[in-house]
Design a protein around this ligand. Structure first.
Ligand SMILES: Cc1cc2nc3c(=O)[nH]c(=O)nc-3n(C[C@H](O)[C@H](O)[C@H](O)COP(=O)(O)OP(=O)(O)OC[C@H]3O[C@@H](n4cnc5c(N)ncnc54)[C@H](O)[C@@H]3O)c2cc1C
Length: 560
């Protein structure tokens, strides 16, 4: 298949679709190889809204022009509610919207990935170099050296709210160990959340990886405001894709294509391209090229109960960070038990409630949030038509399993136990929510109305060694030679906490393996006798930031 381009020079050796958390890291890392011509295409624009930098503003960013702003199907186990799902549509993707919490997860989370793939590269120990390369961390005082990666992992000290300090003390009084952070293997315990913040400002993945020096590389082209409508498949190879920008549609060719459009759009793009469950494609009016029944399945997300709310005795100053300052991970059987957590209670320095409840004035109340770390409910994502504008059918199947519902009750109970401790009496006047609950069905009814997404959808193109898995352990789509998926969709099972660290580790691991495993696709083409596929060169002077126009001049392949 090396002469797949039949003498036509590929526009890029590697094209990355989606400039989000994974895509921006990949663009920087893959373009370190000067002979590899890398193209990054992003549906959104550069993230210029100044509010993005302001950590406390993160909840207010949702619904703005750079949010895809999805809706789920009504959820039978959450009182028929439709849940809003935010996703970033900008260079930096969801790292422009997210809450900045950074948690690697628990080692056993990654053992589950090893079990799924049969590949130890996805295990906790082997992922350590990737995490270290990502993170910028101060020495911890116990001999761990300073880490100098691009992404700040900041553990706040004096900015922590006095309420959060009292929450940490309350958890410790029940026997939860005190941890330095969530990033050293142990998750069970109390600690402030580590944050992707530097000097009081959010750091997006674009800030971290697409620095001016990286953007000025001759072999990296970044195209914004352009959406990939579908992949162009020829036999078992992807020739390129159809790209729609303000000036219309063009076809772009690439030697290798990396899909980093996120857990919703990556499977959707595959389905629009004829790759997915045959019956779903037929229902959407798409001709099926490859029947891959698990694309779009295995959708997972964390939920948080919002919340176990308390009126304050005295005015609560606003958070100087991002409201959610500490998550206490724990075992549901006992506060003193250790190991892999199964529930979590978080301290919200604000009255945080779902849309089913009325939030009191800021400063007059606070919420303890509660959730399940490894939900067993599995949902799905489908396309409703062949065009990107056709709404996605998103069914996370929230709280479908009895196990998830039992653990949610235990998480609520743990929140109330912490919330009523003496250590919080300086702040607590009285519990506002849920108030008296007299039966399991009343508890469940409260939970069904209180839960909101924790914003971690993943799993829709899961990696695995079984026949139905969507990508293999190299993240290569099983049906095609030169198509990879590298984003939250490949996660086989959720990590205990927020998943951004895991997504970055996936991208970093992929970049490492590509550097060692494969030469750029253009060089492979040498073997076909077509002559070397030279990288497309753009002078830095004419390309401080690449525009669509340059793509049209230099990289367009005429539509056929
Ligand atoms: C509100 C919110 C709060 C969160 N809080 C946290 C947190 O505190 N901690 C944490 O760990 N995680 C958090 N997350 C989750 C975390 O941000 C995501 O898991 C992670 O950013 C996903 O990375 P990704 O690369 O898979 O996708 P994304 O970062 O979403 O990137 C996908 C990119 O692809 C682009 N794209 C999609 N389709 C196309 C197409 N057809 N053509 C071109 N471009 C396309 C999108 O515009 C987007 O830029 C949060 C997420 C949200 C939304």
């Amino acid at each position: 298949m090396d002469n797949a381009f039949d003498g036509v020079r590929p526009a890029a050796d590697v094209a990355i679709i989606g400039g989000g958390s994974a895509g921006t890291l990949l663009a920087a890392r893959l373009s370190e190889e000067p002979d590899r011509n890398v193209l990054l295409v992003e549906a959104g624009e550069e993230a210029t809204d100044p509010d993005i930098r302001h950590p406390a503003a993160w909840p207010a960013l949702q619904g703005r022009s750079y949010d895809w702003d999805y809706r789920t199907e009504p959820q039978t186990r959450t009182a028929g509610r439709v849940h809003h799902w935010a996703r970033g549509r900008a260079i930096g993707g969801s790292s422009c919207l997210h809450a900045m919490g950074y948690m690697r997860g628990h080692p056993q989370d990654y053992q589950a990935w090893v079990d799924a793939t049969g590949d130890t590269r996805w295990g906790w120990d082997e992922l350590q170099p990737a995490f270290r390369a990502i993170e910028n961390r101060l020495p911890d005082g116990d001999g761990a050296p300073r880490q100098t990666g691009p992404m700040p992992v900041y553990v706040p000290g004096e900015e922590l709210s006095a309420l959060t300090r009292a929450f940490i003390e309350a958890g410790a009084s029940l026997g939860l160990p005190r941890l330095k952070s969530h990033n050293d293997g142990e998750m069970v315990g109390v600690t402030p959340n580590a944050l992707n913040i530097r000097d009081g400002r959010r750091v997006t993945t674009a800030d971290a990886w697409l620095t001016p020096a990286v953007r000025s590389r001759n072999n990296l082209t970044i195209v914004t405001g352009s959406l990939v409508r579908r992949l162009i498949v020829d036999g078992t190879r992807v020739r390129g894709f159809e790209l729609v920008g303000p000036d219309g549609a063009i076809d772009v060719r690439a030697g290798q294509v990396v899909l980093s459009a996120g857990a919703l759009e990556s499977p959707a793009l595959l389905m629009r391209s004829g790759i997915g469950p045959q019956e779903w494609l037929a229902a959407a009016g798409v001709r099926c090229l490859f029947d891959m029944p698990d694309i779009g399945r295995n959708l997972q997300d964390h939920l948080l109960g919002a919340g176990n709310m308390y009126a304050t005795r005295k005015p609560l100053p606003p958070s100087r960070l991002q409201h959610s300052e500490s998550m206490a991970y724990m075992r549901s059987d006992a506060f003193t038990a250790t190991g892999r957590p199964d529930i979590v209670v978080g301290c919200g320095v604000a009255p945080i409630v779902s849309e089913r409840f009325v939030a009191p004035e800021p400063g007059s109340a606070y919420s303890l949030l509660f959730g399940v770390t490894h939900p067993t409910s599995r949902g799905s994502l489908r396309i409703s038509g062949s065009e990107p504008g056709n709404p996605l059918i998103i069914d996370p199947a929230y709280l479908q399993t009895g196990r998830d519902r039992v653990l949610f009750r235990q998480a609520l109970e743990a929140a109330r136990t912490i919330g009523h401790r003496n250590e919080l009496s300086e702040w607590r006047e009285r519990e506002l929510l849920p108030g008296a609950l007299n039966s399991v069905s009343e508890i469940d009814e409260f939970i069904e109305n209180a839960v909101i997404t924790h914003h971690h959808p993943c799993g829709t193109c899961r990696m695995g060694k079984d026949a139905k898995a969507v990508v293999d352990a190299d993240l290569r789509l099983k049906s095609l030679d030169n198509l990879f998926v590298v984003d939250a969709s490949v996660v086989p099972s959720l990590t205990a906490g927020p998943i951004h660290a895991a997504v970055l580790a996936i991208a970093e691991t992929f970049a490492r393996s590509m550097s060692t495993r494969e030469r750029p696709a253009g060089r492979h083409n040498n073997r076909s006798g077509d002559g070397p596929a030279r990288p497309v060169r753009h002078g830095p002077a004419s390309r401080p930031q690449t525009t669509r126009k340059e793509l049209r001049h230099d990289q367009q392949t005429p539509r056929v």
